[in-house]
Design a binder for this molecule. Structure first.
Ligand SMILES: Cc1cc2nc3c(=O)[nH]c(=O)nc-3n(C[C@H](O)[C@H](O)[C@H](O)COP(=O)(O)OP(=O)(O)OC[C@H]3O[C@@H](n4cnc5c(N)ncnc54)[C@H](O)[C@@H]3O)c2cc1C
Length: 474
């Protein structure tokens, strides 16, 4: 029958579409229900891809703003950014990639059913708008419905002046001023982009430091760089109210020193995290364990109710467990594990201590494993080594000399526990560090791995030397 499948995946984000491809590769007849007009979910349409496209524009502008240093001659006159061209180029990149996923679906004989899914019970998915129909899933329904922006009390998103990343990626003007609420990856990326484009940017963070999930040294380095770039930062500050007007927004905040302040800007960008998308999905009556709205799963993404798995931003590992990282590569890895398990294979659970996290602000951040504080809290006898980019030849050539690579290691066995970097190509360099953790490398093994010269990766090698108190170039 046309609408009978082994696996029905709900949501075609990086969790769902990758799960579907892997399931199909393993011989399972698979359908994906997706309500958006294109495949790829948050990452391709609203998140990773459009934001990094904008960041590449910001980087191009940075180079052009410094043409004299580079000896490049261009005509006289002010250097600016044409947001219509920026948006057109970004949209072309996004549509090329979403069409790429459509191609992969055809190649893997996966059916894309266009519409909104509601679970009708075990083995049954009803498509309630779009291509209305009922589907059966003989083996499993995979919930991969992702996440959506959420706000904080006192701040109502109106999507005009009080906006989320969904609106910020589509702005066709450079705001004169922008307040960014929240300094996680999304907040600092937009702060970087719009500061480079020419906006006055103010970053507000409730916790005592920006990028609070990163190693403390990384947070301090980014704050130093942002202040140098002219981004105003308020940490330890609580926004109590935001009022949108026709042309701007007023934001009331309690600052760290106990005073209150009213800040005004063209836009307030709310980047205070994302919550699970399960509304209307019909998950309530199924006996699933819902943890603050997230679908709780075990380490092989089973919900505890036979026939239902869940992966990606929509999951948690149950009340009291560490927060589940909302990252595209995590959701894809989970999709593969879930599909292999459904197909009867024996996949290994994911080690979340070995998941790299990248923040594509300027300077970039790449980190994997334990921070220095986390390693101490877990009882390791910790030693660290740091190597700054400003002494590295390759960094000087690129005129990107801010930041450092920091290695956190265990003194007893010399094992690399974490690598934290801020600076040029950090989001690429973190791949080597991730492999080092995955293979349980020692610092000695990193030292004896020869790194090509002149490369940015020499900073990793030198940081390893520094961890043994023997950096060569500092
Ligand atoms: C601005 C921004 C930047 C980001 N940058 C990065 C980055 O650089 N690197 C990184 O790793 N991560 C990044 N992320 C996070 C990343 O996008 C997410 O972690 C990832 O997309 C999660 O994938 P998912 O498949 O779980 O969910 P999603 O990508 O959210 O996909 C869920 C899909 O399910 C569909 N859906 C929901 N309900 C239904 C229903 N009832 N019926 C049918 N379809 C439904 C939705 O339309 C959506 O397409 C970023 C996020 C944002 C917002």
């Amino acid at each position: 029958m046309a609408n009978e499948f082994d696996v029905v995946v709900i949501g075609a984000g990086t969790g769902g579409y990758v799960a579907a491809i892997r399931a199909s590769q393993l011989g399972l007849k698979t359908a994906v229900v997706e309500k958006q007009k294109a495949l790829g979910g948050t990452c391709l349409i609203w998140g990773c891809i459009p934001t990094k496209a904008l960041l590449e524009h910001a980087h191009a502008l940075k180079i052009v703003q410094n043409v004299k240093e580079w000896g490049v001659t261009i005509g006289e006159g002010a250097v600016g950014i044409d947001m219509n061209q920026v948006q057109a180029r970004k949209d072309k990149i996004v549509s090329g990639l979403t069409k790429g996923v459509e191609f992969l679906f055809r190649k893997n004989r996966i059916e894309w059913i266009k519409g909104t899914a509601a679970i009708g019970g075990r083995g049954r998915v009803d498509v309630v708008d779009g291509d209305k129909q009922s589907l059966t899933a003989g083996k499993e329904i995979v919930i991969a419905t992702g996440s959506a922006p959420r706000s904080v009390p006192g701040v109502e998103i109106d999507r005009k002046r009080i906006i989320t990343s969904d609106e910020a990626i589509g702005l066709r003007e450079v705001p004169k001023s922008l307040i960014v609420l929240g300094s996680g990856a999304v907040g600092v990326e937009f702060a970087s982009i719009f500061r480079r484009f020419g906006s006055e940017v103010t970053l507000i963070e409730l916790l005592p430091r920006i990028v609070p999930a990163e190693d403390e040294a990384v947070s301090a380095e980014l704050a130093k760089s942002f202040r140098k770039q002219g981004i105003a930062i308020h940490t330890g500050a609580r926004v109590t109210k935001a009022t949108a007007g026709a042309n701007g927004v007023d934001v009331d905040a309690q600052l760290a020193d106990g005073t209150t302040a009213r800040l005004s800007a063209d836009y307030l960008l709310v980047a205070t995290g994302r919550g699970p998308v399960t509304q209307g999905l019909g998950v309530e009556g199924l006996g699933l364990n819902l943890d603050r709205g997230y679908v709780a799963v075990d380490n092989l993404f089973r919900t505890g109710v036979p026939g239902f798995s869940a992966v990606g931003d929509v999951i948690s590992f149950g009340a009291g467990s560490a927060p589940h990282p909302q990252l595209a590569h995590v959701s894809s890895a989970e999709g593969i594990v879930a599909a292999e398990r459904i197909a009867g294979q024996n996949p290994r659970p994911i080690n979340y201590d070995h998941v790299p996290a990248c923040t594509y602000c300027d300077p970039e951040i790449g980190s994997v494993g334990l921070t220095e504080r986390e390693a101490q809290e877990r009882g390791y006898d910790v030693r660290v080594g740091t190597f700054p980019f400003f002494v590295l030849g390759r960094a000087k050539m690129a005129a990107e000399t801010e930041g450092f690579v920091k290695i956190v290691a265990d003194k007893k066995y010399d094992e690399v526990l974490g690598v934290h970097m801020i600076g040029p190509r950090a989001t690429e360099l973190v791949a080597e560090a991730t492999l080092a953790l995955r293979l349980e490398c020692t610092v000695e093994e990193l030292i004896s791995t020869i790194h090509a010269h002149p490369t940015f990766s020499e900073a990793v090698s030198e940081a390893a030397h520094a961890t043994h108190g023997a950096a060569i170039h500092v």
